[in-house]
Design a protein around this ligand. Structure first.
Ligand SMILES: Nc1ncnc2c1ncn2[C@@H]1O[C@H](COP(=O)(O)OP(=O)(O)OP(=O)(O)O)[C@@H](O)[C@H]1O
Ligand SMILES: N[C@@H](CCO)C(=O)O
Length: 324
């Protein structure tokens, strides 16, 4: 589970005095997630999510994330809406950190990944890309290609400090893949850009009763980058049911769903296998660092970095993969 900060009754009561949300009926820690501390707040009026922003989220960009979610809501894209306090502010201090309340999104993540669900997810991602277009402010990708070498250096340093012997083969594989991917990465202007989710994993996409998407959550890695890179991240996250081989059926469904809203350019299609290698590498790097640096007794479930190296290797072997 991920709850890094515990909120006592008195702290909560003082925090909620800033809002007009109705009386607090219940307040629970949410076990899922690895990045932030999340709480479910039930008031007399509605359900809300209280998030305390932790380690990896770019704190100076919190207003950008909040603005993006508010903008997407105005465009009809279903996602949490930041809730302003009586002072008009959506971000405020709590226990020495920064916190926000957002609306609760109904639905739940898909239990099983089917072609229909991947098609829906692809469609939702393309809708997100189009809905985000009118949001003028830009935000560089903190976990894009420019960050991969420093991230790798940090992970290697942590590996030395923590005697992470079992991870050394993975470190060697990254050392081979990183310069190769960077050397081929599309130059600025080569592919369409816009605001991307950048963490469009199945646990961040909720489905309602009819199998339709009820919305997407967790925009705290969102940034301005290659649109097809976002799709490549999603293909890695949704279309490798056994963590090793890509499912052509799931992959085709997700791409078709995406293209039903926003057709890819020929250059984007050709770049997908490379973008997917980069998209896999980004999660290998952050997961590797967390694997090494997170104490074994921490209240968080560490994620396996090697499963994303398998994806990277899949795309490296299938780099001539072409969309039908
Ligand atoms: N707006 C929301 N509506 C409903 N549930 C939510 C909402 N935001 C968060 N949750 C719940 O909290 C959990 C964790 O949220 P989130 O994925 O944002 O956390 P995180 O720590 O950033 O996780 P991740 O590991 O995906 O980055 C979600 O799986 C979901 O159960
Ligand atoms: N989606 C990420 C965790 C959140 O950063 C992962 O699976 O590694």
């Amino acid at each position: 589970m991920a709850v890094y900060t515990r909120v006592g009754d008195a702290d909560l009561a003082a925090f909620l005095k800033n809002y007009a949300l109705g009386a607090c009926l219940s307040f629970h820690e949410i076990a899922e997630g690895v990045e932030n501390s999340n709480f479910l707040l039930q008031t007399a009026d509605a359900r809300y999510i209280l998030t305390i922003f932790e380690k990896r989220v770019a704190h100076h960009d919190l207003p950008w994330f909040m603005g993006l979610m508010a903008h997407l809501n105005t465009q009809g894209l279903k996602c949490p809406r930041p809730v302003a306090g009586q002072d008009g502010q959506v971000l405020r201090p709590l226990l020495g950190k920064t916190a926000a309340i957002t609306t609760f999104l109904p639905g739940r993540p898909a239990m099983e990944l089917s072609a229909d669900k991947c098609h829906e997810a692809g469609r939702c991602l393309a809708q997100l890309h189009l809905a985000a277009q009118g949001y003028a402010a830009q935000r560089a990708n903190d976990f894009g290609p420019a960050a991969w070498t420093p991230l790798f250096d940090t992970a290697q340093h942590a590996a030395m400090l923590h005697d992470a012997g079992p991870m050394l083969p993975l470190v060697a594989q990254i050392a081979e893949a990183l310069p190769r991917i960077l050397a081929q990465w599309p130059r600025p202007g080569a592919l369409p850009t816009g605001h991307i989710h950048a963490d469009f994993f199945p646990d961040n996409v909720f489905f309602g009763e009819e199998g339709k998407i009820s919305g997407a959550i967790d925009f705290y890695f969102a940034c301005s980058d290659l649109l097809a890179y976002d799709l490549a991240i999603a293909l890695n996250a949704w279309c490798f049911p056994d963590d090793r081989e890509m499912s052509p059926i799931l992959c085709a469904a997700m791409v078709a769903g995406y293209q039903s809203v926003r057709p890819l350019t020929e250059a984007e299609k050709a770049a997908l296998p490379l973008l997917a290698q980069g998209g896999a590498l980004r999660f290998v790097l952050t997961r590797l660092y967390d694997w090494i640096a997170t104490p074994a007794d921490a209240l968080v479930t560490r994620k396996d970095p090697a499963s994303f190296m398998h994806r990277l290797q899949y795309w490296q072997k299938n780099r001539a993969w072409e969309l039908n």
